[in-house]
Design a protein around this ligand. Structure first.
Ligand code: SAH
Length: 249
């Protein structure tokens, strides 16, 4: 166990693998990996959100013909959908099992995505300023040092390119909906999927990005109506939200 602390987050216990990854977080996703493409599984929320976030990203960055890196791609739900729109996509993650599932699915679907087990920081060091678009969705709240991931995003993207991140806000409503509601009441996610202390407020995420020279372009809230079971995008960023950034040209 390693104790890490940051000025923003209380001290958290974490088992670091490599520089900026928590083994328990990676294991959580590896255990569920075989269900990644089951639309009724724990990954149902990601399947349902995907068309909305894809449309939003495409509206800002016009994915067709673009080079994209998807950080924390998991089984490839977003990565494949971006490739389908005509982007050349590289998906990276540290869960070997999730990447295997992603690879198999890409073979089955015939949608080409290049998957690689590598940390964001290492890929950024290898190919700086080389891609048009970086996406990093629902991943930052699982890493020990989100600032370091933002730095990798900003390094990877070419001047004038875009970076898209999504995560979960940190406040009482987010705790009640994303942890108590989703994991304990509605049981949409396994207990322990999310650790409240690692949630990130929009101002923190904006600051991480600003520290790396990225400019905030747009922000969108993602809301879930448990009665209609419908997701939508809008101004409510109290719980789930996405931010689009641009590296100045
Ligand atoms: N981005 C995908 C999957 C989100 S689930 C989507 O939105 O559809 C979170 C993913 O982040 C998992 O696949 C997990 O293995 C990965 N992850 C967690 N910590 C990571 C780290 N430090 N580096 C890379 N990937 C990580």
């Amino acid at each position: 166990m390693t104790q890490i602390s940051s000025p923003l987050h209380p001290t958290v216990e974490t088992t670091l693998i490599g520089k900026n990854a928590d083994a328990r977080e990676i294991d959580k996703f590896s255990e569920l990996a075989h269900r990644w493409w089951d639309p009724e599984s724990e990954f149902k929320p990601l399947h349902e959100l995907n068309p909305l976030r894809l449309g939003w990203i495409d509206g800002i960055a016009s994915l067709k013909g673009k080079d994209v890196v998807d950080i924390g791609c998991g089984g490839g739900i977003l990565a494949e959908s971006m490739a389908r729109t005509g982007a050349t996509v590289r998906g990276i993650d540290l869960s070997t099992k999730a990447l295997k599932v992603a690879d198999l699915h890409s073979l089955e679907s015939g949608v080409t995505v290049t998957y690689e087990e590598i940390a964001a920081e290492a890929l950024a060091a290898r190919m700086p300023a080389s891609v048009d678009v970086v996406t990093c969705m629902e991943m930052l709240e699982h890493v020990p040092d989100p600032q370091s991931v933002l730095r990798a995003c900003a390094t990877l993207v070419r001047p004038g390119g875009h970076v898209f991140c999504s995560t979960i806000n940190r406040n009482l409503k987010a705790y009640l909906l994303a942890v108590v509601g989703a994991e304990y009441v509605l049981k949409m996610l396994p207990r322990g999927t999310h650790d409240y202390d690692k949630f990130i407020t929009p101002s923190e995420l904006a600051r991480y990005a600003r520290n790396t020279g990225l400019e905030l372009v747009e922000m969108r809230g993602m809301t879930y109506n448990p009665l209609t079971q419908v997701y939508s995008l809008g101004r409510d960023t109290d719980v789930n939200y996405m931010m689009a950034f641009r590296r100045p040209a």
